[in-house]
Ligand binder design. Structure first.
Ligand code: MOS
Length: 764
C-alpha cells in the first residue's frame, strides 16, 4: 500500500494553497519522503569536524582581530593610549575612531527590506560613547594571542555624561508606545477596565522577566577580505542576502560587490545578524590590506551583541461564572535603546490566544543607554506567554476549574482581534492528546498535596503559540540534468535545524526523484532570493519559492517534450513528478522520463529560476503554530531547589516535514524555555550599565543534568493554506515553557512566582 501511495505523481498548480486555491498536494497525501525522520545530511560533516565554520576559513596572510570595549555607559573618549599596543609583538594595526575609514551606520533591521543591522549607531566614527561595552579600539595581529595581549595594553580615558541605566528611572522619566514593524502594539477592543471591574472572577498581577543574553555555542565570527573593491565575508549569519546588502550600504558599495557566505551556523536564535564586528573586521581589513578573522570572545558577545530585554507585564483577566473571559488586559513596559527597533512585543501571543469580550493590550518603551536589545527566540512570545499563561493558571485556581478546561472554554472560533478565520487551529486536540499522554488526570488540583520525601511534586500546563510568517523576497533555482539529478539553490540558511535535509526531501518528493539524486545549495548571498532564517518562516519562504520554480520547470519540460510524447497536450497542472519523470496525475502510465525529454530536445539540462508569491495567505487567515506544554517539577522543601522531572510538548504545527529534525527543534526550544524558567538572567549593573556576568560560568543555561527526557508529540494536521501544509517549528518550543514550569511550581508548593527566573531563593 505504501508503494502504491508513493507511486502517485505529485504536482500542483502555482500557489494553489493561496486564497481561493486547492491545498498543495504535498501537504495532503502521505509520501515516502515528506515527514520521514531522515537524519541531517550535514550531520556526518559536523560530527567529523569537516564542516568549516566562519572562523575556520583558511586564508593566506590572515591577521587576527581583538576588540577593546568602553567601560562607561555614556560620554566621550578624551584620551586613547595605543602606543604600547602598537609596539607589542605581532601587531599589524590598531584601529580607533581616529583612523577608521568613514562608514555609514548599519541599516537597522526591519527598517528596510534587506536591512540586517542590530543597531543604527555609528561604528567607531567618533569619540562618543553610547553604551557600556561599545568597541573603542580594534587590534590586528599575526596571531589571536598577540592581538588579545596587545588589546589589553590599550588605555582609554573618558569624560562621562549622565547615562540612563536604571529601568525604574527610565520609566519614571516617561515611556513611549512600542512600535513593531511600524505598527503600534497597543490595541483596545471594548471597555476592558469596565469589564474587569464587573467580572465576578478576576486576577490582576504583574510579571517580570529579566534580560537574557545570546549564547550560541559558535561565537559570533567572520573571516573577511577585500579583492580590490569587492568584499568577501565568510560569516556566521541567519541572513546572507540581508548582510550583503547592509554591508554594501555601510561602505558605499553595490550589493553585488559584497559576497557573503555562511554554510554552517553554530546556533543563531536571532543573534546571528549584522553587529559591529563584521563591519569593524571589514574596515580593518581594508586599512591593513590583509584578510582578517574576527571571533568575539564570549564576553565580547555580551558586550556588542544584544539580547532579550527586561519586561514588566501586567495581566488582568476577568471571567464570568463559567470561566468565559470578559476582559483581557495585558500591558507593560520594556527597556529598549534609541538605536534599535525591537520593543520586545510581549502582547503578540495574547492577540490570538483566547476569545474575550474586551481587550486592552499595550507595550510601552523605556529608553536606556545599553547595548541594543534584539531578537531572541520567540521575541515577545517567549516572555509574553509566561505572563499570560501564568495568569490563566491563576484564574483557573480562582474559579476552581481545571486549567485545561478553562483554556478550552475560551477557545476562539475566529481570530479574536482581526475576526479572520483560522487557517488551521487544533489546539484543543493538542491539549487532549498531551493531557492523556502526560497523565494529567493524576495531578492533584490543590497545591502542596503530593510529597516524595523532601520533594514536593507538582504539574503545570500552558499554551504555546507563535505566529506563522512568510516574508517576501524568496526565490529559487532548479537545475534538472539529463542524468536525472536535480540541484536546488536558495539563499537560505542552515543553523543546525535541518533546512538542507528537509528541503532536499521536499524537492525530491515534488520532482519524483530519489533523495540522493537531489542536492540543495544555500548559505550564499549570490544564490537566488533574500530569505531570513528568522521568524520561524524560512521553511515557508523557501517552500513558496521552490513551488514557483518547480511549476516553471514543469511548464518548460512540457514545451520541450513537444507532441511526440505520451505527455502530448497535457498542461502543467495535469502532470507531476514520478519515478524520475513527468506523469499524468490520474493516469500515471502516460509518462516520460526527464532524461528522455531532455535527450530528445538535445539538452544536457534545464535551469529555471522563479520568485515565491507574495504572502497573501496571512491577510486572509489567522495563522499560528500551537502547542500544549506540560511540566512536572519537584521542589525541594528544604533547599528550594527546582528540578523539572518530566516535560511534554504536544504541538499543532501543520504538516511535520521531517519527524526527526522537527522533534529536535521542539526539544531545543523547550530546553531554552527551561533556562528561561529557572536560570537565565543577565546581571545588569544599573549604576554603571555594565553587564556583570558575561560568561557561561556566571550566566546559567541548562546542561544535561538540568534537562529531563522531553517527550514531544504533534497533530500532523496539514494547514491547507501554507506551502507544504507546514507551520514554523523553530520558535514555538520556547513559548509556554516558563508558565508551564511556574504553574507546576505553584501546584507543588502553593507559591506563585511571577518573577523569572524561578531561583531557589524565591521559594524559601
Ligand atoms: Mo528568531 S529570534 O526570529 O532568529
Amino acid at each position: 500500500a505504501a508503494q502504491a501511495v508513493m507511486k502517485k505523481a505529485v504536482q500542483l498548480a502555482p500557489d494553489s494553497w493561496m486564497p481561493g486555491g486547492e491545498p498543495d498536494p504535498l501537504s495532503r497525501q502521505k509520501h515516502g519522503l515528506v515527514g520521514a525522520p531522515i537524519s541531517r545530511i550535514d550531520g556526518p560533516l559536523k560530527v567529523q569536524g569537516a564542516a568549516r565554520f566562519a572562523a575556520e576559513m583558511p586564508m593566506d596572510g590572515l591577521v587576527y582581530a581583538a576588540l577593546a570595549y568602553s567601560t562607561i555607559a555614556k560620554g566621550r573618549i578624551v584620551h586613547l593610549e595605543t602606543g604600547a599596543a602598537e609596539a607589542a609583538p605581532g601587531v599589524v594595526l590598531v584601529m580607533t575612531h581616529r583612523n577608521a575609514p568613514r562608514m555609514k551606520p548599519m541599516p537597522l533591521f526591519m527598517t528596510a527590506e534587506k536591512a540586517a543591522g542590530g543597531s543604527s549607531l555609528p561604528i567607531m566614527q567618533d569619540a562618543e560613547i553610547h553604551w557600556n561595552g561599545q568597541p573603542v579600539a580594534l587590534v590586528l595581529a599575526e596571531s589571536q594571542e598577540e592581538a588579545d595581549h596587545a588589546v589589553s595594553l590599550i588605555e582609554a580615558r573618558y569624560e562621562t555624561a549622565p547615562a540612563m541605566t536604571s529601568f525604574a528611572a527610565a520609566k519614571a522619566k516617561g515611556t513611549t508606545p512600542g512600535l513593531f514593524m511600524g505598527q503600534p502594539l497597543g490595541t483596545k477592543v471594548g471597555d476592558a477596565a469596565g469589564a474587569l471591574a464587573a467580572a465576578p472572577h478576576k486576577v490582576d498581577a504583574v510579571y517580570t522577566t529579566p534580560r537574557h543574553n545570546h549564547n550560541p555555542i559558535e561565537l559570533h565570527a567572520a573571516t573577511v577580505h577585500w579583492q580590490g573593491d569587492r568584499l568577501r565575508i565568510h560569516d556566521a549569519t541567519q541572513a546572507v542576502g540581508h548582510t550583503a546588502w547592509s554591508v554594501a550600504q555601510v561602505f558605499g558599495l553595490d550589493e553585488a560587490q559584497v559576497h557573503v557566505t555562511s554554510p554552517y551556523v553554530g546556533g543563531g536564535f536571532g543573534s546571528k545578524t549584522l553587529w559591529p564586528h563584521q563591519v569593524l573586521a571589514a574596515a580593518a581589513a581594508r586599512l591593513a590590506g590583509r584578510p582578517v578573522r574576527i571571533v568575539l570572545s564570549r564576553e565580547g558577545v555580551y558586550r556588542i551583541v544584544g539580547g532579550r530585554t527586561v519586561t514588566e507585564q501586567r495581566v488582568a483577566l476577568g471571567a464570568d461564572g463559567e470561566g468565559r473571559l470578559q476582559a483581557v488586559i495585558h500591558t507593560g513596559t520594556v527597556a529598549m535603546t534609541a538605536h534599535n527597533a525591537l520593543p520586545e512585543p510581549f502582547i503578540l501571543a495574547t492577540r490570538g490566544a483566547y476569545a474575550a469580550r474586551t481587550f486592552e493590550l499595550d507595550v510601552e518603551v523605556a529608553t536606556l543607554d545599553m547595548v541594543a536589545n534584539t531578537f531572541m527566540r520567540a521575541p515577545g512570545e517567549a516572555v509574553g506567554t509566561f505572563a499570560l499563561e501564568c495568569a490563566m493558571d491563576e484564574l483557573a485556581v480562582e474559579l476552581g476549574m481545571d486549567p485545561i478546561e478553562l483554556r478550552i472554554r475560551n477557545e476562539p472560533d475566529k481570530d479574536p482581534l482581526e475576526g479572520t478565520p483560522f487557517s488551521s487551529r487544533n489546539i484543543v486536540a493538542a491539549y487532549r492528546a498531551g493531557a492523556e499522554r502526560f497523565g494529567w488526570n493524576e495531578r492533584h488540583p490543590s497545591p502542596g498535596a503530593r510529597r516524595e520525601g523532601e520533594w514536593l511534586v507538582g504539574m503545570g500546563c500552558a499554551t504555546a503559540t507563535y505566529p506563522y510568517y512568510r516574508m517576501p523576497g524568496g526565490a529559487a533555482r532548479i537545475r534538472l540534468g539529463r542524468d536525472g539529478r536535480a540541484h536546488v539553490a536558495v539563499a537560505a540558511h542552515e543553523m543546525g535545524m535541518g533546512t538542507a535535509t528537509v528541503q532536499t526531501q521536499i524537492a525530491a518528493e515534488r520532482l519524483g526523484l530519489p533523495l540522493d539524486h537531489v542536492s540543495f545549495a544555500y548559505g550564499d548571498s549570490t544564490l537566488p532570493g533574500t530569505i531570513l532564517a528568522g521568524g520561524s518562516q524560512q521553511t515557508a519562504a523557501i517552500g513558496a519559492a521552490v513551488i514557483a520554480a518547480h511549476r516553471k520547470l514543469v511548464e518548460e519540460l512540457l514545451t520541450l517534450a513537444g507532441n511526440d510524447t505520451p505527455l502530448a497536450g497535457l498542461k502543467a497542472d495535469e502532470v507531476g513528478g514520478l519515478d524520475g519523470g513527468l506523469a499524468k496525475l490520474d493516469e500515471p502510465e502516460r509518462r516520460e522520463s526527464y532524461a528522455s525529454i531532455l535527450m530528445r530536445a538535445g539538452r544536457e539540462d534545464l535551469v529555471v529560476e522563479a520568485e515565491g508569491s507574495q504572502p497573501l495567505e496571512t491577510q486572509h487567515w489567522s495563522m499560528h503554530s500551537y502547542g500544549a506544554m506540560f511540566a512536572e517539577v519537584k521542589v525541594n522543601a528544604v533547599t528550594g531547589e527546582v528540578r523539572v522531572s518530566r516535560f511534554l510538548g504536544s504541538f499543532d504545527c501543520g504538516r511535520i516535514l521531517n519527524a526527526k529534525t522537527a522533534a529536535s527543534q521542539f526539544r531545543g526550544g523547550i530546553i531554552m524555555g527551561l533556562g528561561l524558567a529557572l536560570m537565565e538572567e543577565t546581571q545588569f549593573d544599573e549604576r554603571t550599565g555594565r553587564i556583570m556576568n558575561p560568561s557561561l560560568a556566571e550566566y546559567h543555561v541548562p546542561v544535561h543534568l538540568d534537562v529531563p527526557a522531553i517527550d514531544v508529540i504533534w497533530t500532523d494536521i496539514p494547514d491547507p493554506h501554507t506551502p507544504m501544509g507546514a507551520h514554523g517549528v523553530g520558535e514555538i518550543g520556547i513559548t509556554g515553557v516558563g508558565a508551564a514550569v511556574a504553574n507546576a511550581v505553584f501546584n507543588a508548593t502553593g507559591k506563585r512566582i511571577r518573577d523569572l527566573p524561578i531561583t531557589l531563593d524565591k521559594l524559601l
